[in-house]
Design a protein around this ligand. Sequence first.
Ligand SMILES: NC(=O)c1ccc[n+]([C@@H]2O[C@H](COP(=O)([O-])OP(=O)(O)OC[C@H]3O[C@@H](n4cnc5c(N)ncnc54)[C@H](OP(=O)(O)O)[C@@H]3O)[C@@H](O)[C@H]2O)c1
Length: 330
Amino acid sequence: MKAVVHAGKTGLEGLTYREFEEIEPKAGEVRVKLKTAGLNHRDLFSLVRHQPNDPPLILGSDGAGIVDAVGDGVEGIKVGDEVIINPSLGWKENSDAPPPGFEILGLPFHGTFAEKVVVPAENAVKKPAYLTWEEAGVLSLAALTAYRALFTRGKIKAGMNVLIPGIGGGVATLLMQFAKAVGATVYVTSRSKDKCEKALELGADKAFDSNGDWNEALEGVKMDLIIDCVGPATFNQSLAQLRQGGTIVTFGSSTGDEVQINLRSFFYGQFNFYGSTMGSGEEYIEMLQFIEKHQIRPVIDQMYPLEQFDQAFDRLEKAEQLGKLGFLIG
Ligand SMILES: NC(=O)c1ccc[n+]([C@@H]2O[C@H](COP(=O)([O-])OP(=O)(O)OC[C@H]3O[C@@H](n4cnc5c(N)ncnc54)[C@H](OP(=O)(O)O)[C@@H]3O)[C@@H](O)[C@H]2O)c1
């Protein structure tokens, strides 16, 4: 089968589109013939985390397609079923944090940038019928992460003021759509004027320049909940907009892992600061029910044929997209 494989070199230089041996599903696994796959910021990080001496690896966490082989002992799913892949491996039930052994599809295990992928049967879930193959293929990682960050960790409620910096991001657009569906007032930032305008069209209540004056833009309105996955480039600006007793959640650090915060302002502010990552299998099902109820569709920036993987990675690396980038496969 054809696949986008990372081997031999760090970074984008190590990626090639080539023939790769097809994998048979073991007991408890299924193989999915992919129609579409989705790109995430994680795939950029994986280009660096996957070392030149490691065995060749097919990247990619998101995908949707049709089951084409089933391992021993698999029940409730059969060849021909239309499925969407939950990339959160080894985390079935809701819990405070993932259990030991939790991994994300695409590193260390072969992922979805290929004609076929093998996953545990419980990670192949019935595709919501209202989503197109493109929408289903780019949804999972970002939507699951957004769901846990907003609901489980952020405890979002109708009427809250919610701030989402860096709205161009794949997770950020879903955060905005979810928060609007709940009835929150949603403020977003971007470094791009164009993306601010598009975010307003997509339902944001206010959009302003990430590099501008946030106090001026927000005119004294303070936030109940802030979801900041940009990291040091925005984190302290975000914190400064939190109301006393408000909550800030992070699950990403696109611009670096370290921030300096003023502890005195933090404890006087009675702030809550939560970390989050991905979500459980149960949260994945809750998320699918939530998006179906509200008829939410991920915003797709652009889909590419798999062989044009370099163009997709380049667009992601330059943060030119608004929403999700993905691949058309079968
Ligand atoms: N822990 C987890 O389970 C988990 C899951 C999903 C994602 N993540 C992490 O969350 C982050 C977002 O993921 P994603 O896939 O949504 O990323 P993405 O699509 O690449 O989006 C990143 C966005 O961050 C903003 N940004 C980047 N650099 C910036 C800077 N210097 N100043 C201001 N804004 C900046 C940009 O927004 P504008 O273009 O609008 O300015 C950009 O579009 C990544 O770090 C990713 O690794 C973690």
